[in-house]
Write a protein that binds this ligand. Structure first.
Ligand SMILES: Nc1ncnc2c1ncn2[C@@H]1O[C@H](COP(=O)(O)OP(=O)(O)OP(=O)(O)O)[C@@H](O)[C@H]1O
Ligand SMILES: [Mg+2]
Length: 156
């Protein structure tokens, strides 16, 4: 968070995403900030991570420059797409939440999302169940539950 406060780099770049992951998890995992090399049940083929990540960032930049989506929808789409790529072996959920909030604050000048809503999103609880169900709906191209989840007081 201190690093984020100091950092003035472009948020919507793969460099920034990698640096943030390294800063978040570098003390815990020596591979923090390095892309996944093996398949998981979530995420694209590891071979496709660099290109997919670049495509996401380019699209997200385009969305902000052309006001393609309202800020909350851009954040929901960005978060979901990033966890769907699943660039790293672990920490993707937590990383993608902070990426989306940083985009909101620094690219859109908007307030971050209250993702956890007073719960611990890492633990099993109703909020987590709603969150995962919303991501699965987004996998099936239905963004409505994730939008509800992102909205202030939404999903509760
Ligand atoms: N069906 C799904 N589609 C897209 N993303 C999903 C799906 N199921 C789970 N996820 C995302 O993947 C994350 C789990 O991946 P990973 O373990 O890399 O991240 P994490 O930050 O360690 O999260 P967690 O603490 O939940 O384990 C979830 O928190 C969620 O954001
Ligand atoms: Mg995990």
């Amino acid at each position: 968070m201190q690093w984020l406060g100091r950092n003035r780099g472009e948020v919507l770049t793969d460099d920034f995403a990698v640096s943030l992951h390294k800063r978040m998890f570098g003390d815990v995992w020596d591979w923090a900030g390095m892309f996944r090399k093996t398949g998981k049940n979530i995420g694209v083929d590891p071979l496709h991570i660099p290109v997919q990540l670049r495509t996401l960032m380019d699209d997200a930049q385009y969305w902000s420059q052309n006001k393609t989506y309202p800020e909350l929808e851009a954040a929901a789409r960005f978060h979901h797409w990033l966890v769907q790529i699943h660039p790293f072996p672990n920490g993707n959920g937590r990383h993608s939440l902070i990426m989306a909030d940083t985009m909101l604050e620094r690219v859109y000048g908007a307030r971050p999302i209250d993702w956890a809503g007073g719960y611990d999103l890492q633990k099993m609880n109703d909020r987590r169940t709603t969150y995962i169900a919303a991501l699965k709906a987004a996998d099936a191209a239905n963004l409505t539950p994730l939008m509800a989840f992102c909205n202030p007081n939404g999903g509760r």
